[in-house]
Design a protein around this ligand. Structure first.
Ligand SMILES: NC(=O)c1ccc[n+]([C@@H]2O[C@H](COP(=O)([O-])OP(=O)(O)OC[C@H]3O[C@@H](n4cnc5c(N)ncnc54)[C@H](O)[C@@H]3O)[C@@H](O)[C@H]2O)c1
Length: 273
């Protein structure tokens, strides 16, 4: 269990989407201060203004988390200007269109892996030692159901999220083995109605998640020390069903009957970054 009261929370990609919502929820739960890292200056300024008008303490930093030197520099500034981070939510993420892998460019592959995967490890490396020194802290890694289930037309996104899920779990085990006092929560939601996946096709078994409900689930998971947030319910069954069904049968159920393998065909997104 991790108390949010009086804690310093840092959220990457905290200017919009579920990052924005989780930040405000942590503040409403009594967090002492919120550090927001985001690449979008306009939304960063707007979110900061809104949260300041509610009398919360917010420290905005304009950071591209895919740029390691900028991450290191911003982390140093946070430690100096704000102090050590108690709760880190690695949330910033991107999707590059809905195309088959053969149509990707090298820079698109590099950028997706840098933002969605490497950045989480680099940002964590900046703040984890401080948590270990204090003997407490919480790291939340926002992966995706696409980190449990491969899906056509988002192959690089899947790769980036599978990597996050694997790293996040291994780090959790290490931190438990060493009795560090630092907790890790891995989050694997399916589609969330933030605009990031605008236009995708969903179905009753894997419905579009509401951002506020999912954000509240993650904040509750921090407080109760949950290891995983898998939503909706079907996502909890994914590892088991994928493990026991023959591949062709799983393809039939997920791909044909549930239509998951065609879910990206209507994708428009929100333009991304
Ligand atoms: N929306 C979904 O359907 C969905 C589903 C599963 C998982 N996720 C994951 O949840 C997380 C949040 O998604 P969302 O829907 O709230 O997205 P969003 O696009 O609404 O918000 C993402 C935020 O991250 C910021 N960002 C993007 N690239 C950045 C960079 N290089 N450096 C710093 N900030 C950057 C954006 O400016 C934005 O404020 C992502 O990791 C995403 O992959 C989303």
């Amino acid at each position: 269990m991790t108390k949010i009261m009086d804690k310093t929370v840092l959220i990457t990609g905290g200017a919009a989407g579920i990052g924005r919502l989780m930040g405000e929820m942590c503040l409403r739960d009594g967090a002492r201060q919120l550090v927001i890292w985001d690449i979008n200056k306009e939304r960063l300024d707007e979110t900061t203004r809104e949260l300041h008008s509610l009398h919360f303490t917010v420290h905005p930093y304009l950071v591209d988390v895919s740029d390691l030197s900028k991450v290191m520099e911003a982390a140093g500034r946070v430690r100096q200007e704000v102090g050590e981070v108690d709760i880190l939510i690695n949330n910033a993420g991107i999707i590059t269109g809905n195309k088959d892998f053969v149509n990707f460019t090298h820079p698109e592959v590099e950028r997706t892996m840098a933002v969605n995967t490497s950045a989480l490890m680099h940002v964590t490396l900046e703040f984890l030692p401080g948590m270990i020194r204090k003997g407490s802290g919480h790291i939340v890694n926002i992966a995706s159901a696409a980190g449990l289930l491969s899906n056509p037309q988002m192959s690089v996104y899947c790769a980036s999220k599978w990597a996050v899920a694997g790293w996040s779990e291994a780090m959790r085990m290490e931190l438990e083995q060493s009795k560090s006092g630092v907790k890790v929560t891995t989050v694997t939601p399916s589609y969330i109605n933030t605009g990031m996946f605008e236009g995708v096709k969903v179905n009753p078994l894997l419905p579009m998640l509401q951002p506020a409900a999912l954000a509240a689930k993650v904040v509750r998971a921090i407080k109760s020390g949950k290891l995983f947030v898998r939503a909706p319910f079907m996502v909890k069954l994914l590892p088991l069903t994928k493990g026991i069904l023959p591949v062709r049968l799983f393809d039939l159920v997920a791909g044909k009957w549930l239509g998951v393998y065609k879910s990206m065909s209507g994708f428009r997104g929100h333009g991304g970054l």
